[in-house]
Write a protein that binds this ligand. Sequence first.
Ligand code: PMP
Length: 414
Amino acid sequence: MTTTNQRRKTVYMDHAAASPVDGRVLEAMTPYFSDLYGNPSSLHNTGREPRKAMEDAREKVARLINASRKEEIVFTSGGTEANNMAMKGAALRARRRGKHIVTSTIEHISVLNIVKFLQKSGFDVTHVPVDRDGSVDIGELERAIRSDTTLVSVMYANNEIGTIQKVDEIAGILEGKDIIFHTDAVAAAGKIPIDLQRTRIDLMTMSSNDMCGPKGAGALFVRDGTSLEAVTQGGGQERGLRPGSEDIPSIVGFGAAAEIATSEMDGEGERLTKLRNRLIDGIESRVEDAFLNGHRTLRLPQNANFRFSYVEGEAMLLNLDMMGVSVSSSSPCTSKSLLPSHVLLACGIPTEEAQSAIQFTLGRSNMDDDVGYIVEALPGIVKKLREMSPFSARNLEEMQSSAGHRDACDRKGH
Ligand code: PMP
């Protein structure tokens, strides 16, 4: 609850759901809506400037991940489309060689639904488990690989619990095998350094809004020599993999966001890590029975995810919202279902505890006082909700003792 000397604030800590577009990004995009509106495929003068702007953006996205050539970047409408392009494209292209796909249990819902679709189309899928921290079991992954495996898809870092996967080790296991390695790096790209010269990833998904670029823009990195079946048919744009007129303002915005992320990642990563650690320390020291989800150190700088025993995540979220704080209780892509997070369940967290989770994702606008405000507000909210919760230890004891009393009365015939 707000203390008398605590002023009501608005604090946004749900950047994984949506991030504000950086002012510099918006400025870069603006001319391409009306002044420089040409189609980059046009051969005349009006098409020339948008075409150059698109290629500059491609170069900037390539630089962010240290791709060797800008042509390895294919622009898409976001992470979901890039995942479809990658996974269906790779599986279909290799289907005569094998029909086995390996993925993990904590993938984003878009990846899980793509493998479901592929399963229905005759592919065999192995979901590799994770440990309590959400780290993919590398031994299990190695054992899951068969002679007919053609695709392994494991995310770079988890968007809900922030755990960074050992993608280098996975790439090492796949080295020399005829298996495509795809990683969904939506949560990681622009937040932590990714070096595709060093790590043998064949396909990598990115989304612009996760780095303060516009929504509805993203990209798939396609390593030279990786062949994909096009899953959308049309004109020849984006190497025929993503046909249709390109959304130049969004692509330019994505390029600007990638350029900013490249130059500011070190400083911003350090700043967010400090803020995030203050949030974690503050919650752990002030709220009893609050447990951090995800890995403590192999963790994205912007992520903190907690479960609060005996409290319902949705109720917490609404109480925080009443105090001006925006957070999530699970991934925004699945939160409407009100089911507990599949990621937390996959980590072995029991359903009722998984239902008590709150996800904080920090961003460029968050400052020290935002963390202070949340750390001040949380203990009161948790206390109030626990007092009302039928599952709190004290209330359970009371219920059990009154049930015992009723039984005794029943036996006496009262
Ligand atoms: N993968 C992950 C890990 C995500 O968090 C998201 C959502 N931001 C997506 C894929 C889907 O991306 P988009 O909303 O750009 O389609």
